[in-house]
Design a protein. Structure first.
Length: 294
């Protein structure tokens, strides 16, 4: 399958016109669960006894949760975190043992409709980039190997100062194969990405933020992520979706295409019902009442 592993360890809530049930059913697969409340999806890696180590059920649960949320128009922001002592310590150590016997020789395919991410491990990280709404990862404890690559699929990463992060694959004689080799250089630069990938050295949250691997450090990253998600969920959902799409175009397309996309978005937004509501709410000093896309 993929990834690293810990070698030492086995603004107020917005008014919502349309929303998912407050307690949505857990995603298929016992390793991942989520709820949606007031437009914010709270997604949890839930294998705390193993520091949320990645196994086939965890990969499948992440993909299924991401795809369900991607297709839910009532979701306005997502918080991705891990229960227990760590966000995710990487691949389950049992998988490395299987590699030495030849039992585990190739990544599992995710299916022909998976887009550019072909393996199940790649899908577990890349699916979060497919959501039209912002995804905020809240990291604590360990974010090693595949766990770090899942966090790289988020738009914003908050972590406790003492969080330990590593591109751990090289310690196991492997390379990152959950989209990390393609995403990491964009965040930290090619040379820093090379050094981190070739050494597997462990960073704390402070250094990771300085390098650009994290958005910022927070004493309580989960609480901070939930507050940020609630703030974003209170904005015009049409503008939020366009903003994420436009920012993600930067550096990945030509200026002419990027500028044209900006103008298309602003023409679509000006005078639209949610934009008019934003103006009225601002002028009246009240909370806006936005309508989610159908």
């Amino acid at each position: 399958m993929t990834v690293g592993g810990d070698p030492t360890a086995g603004g107020g809530a917005p008014h919502v016109v349309r929303q998912a049930p407050a307690d949505a059913a857990p995603a298929p697969g016992s390793r991942v669960s989520y709820t949606v409340r007031d437009g914010v999806a709270d997604v949890r890696l839930d294998r705390p006894d193993k520091r949320n180590a990645l196994d086939p059920a965890m990969f499948a649960g992440l993909v299924q949760a991401g795809e369900r949320l991607r297709d839910d128009p009532a979701v306005r922001a997502v918080v991705l975190s891990g229960n227990g002592r760590s966000f995710c310590a990487g691949l389950d150590v049992a998988a490395f043992e299987a590699m030495t016997t030849g039992e585990h020789t190739r990544p599992e395919e995710a299916g022909s409709s998976a887009g550019p991410a072909r393996s199940l491990g790649q899908r577990a990280a890349h699916v979060w980039t497919e959501l039209a709404v912002p995804v905020i990862a809240a990291l604590h404890g360990h974010a090693y190997g595949g766990g770090l690559q899942i966090a790289l699929g988020a738009d914003i990463r908050l972590a406790a100062p003492d969080t330990r992060l590593s591109v751990m694959e090289i310690a196991w004689g492997l390379v990152p194969d959950m989209t990390g080799t393609q995403v990491l250089p964009e965040l930290v630069g090619r040379d820093v990405a090379m050094e981190l990938t070739l050494t597997g050295r462990v960073l704390d949250g402070v250094e990771a933020a300085r390098l650009g691997l994290l958005t910022r450090v927070e004493a309580d990253p989960l609480t901070a992520a939930q507050a940020l998600a609630a703030e974003i969920a209170g904005k015009n959902p049409d503008a939020v979706r366009d903003a994420k799409r436009l920012v993600n175009l930067a550096g990945r397309t030509g200026l002419a295409e990027g500028f044209a996309a900006e103008q298309a978005a602003i023409r679509r937004l000006i005078g639209s019902p949610n934009q008019v509501e934003a103006v009225h709410a601002q002028q009246s000093s009240r909370a806006p009442r936005f309508t989610d896309p159908v």
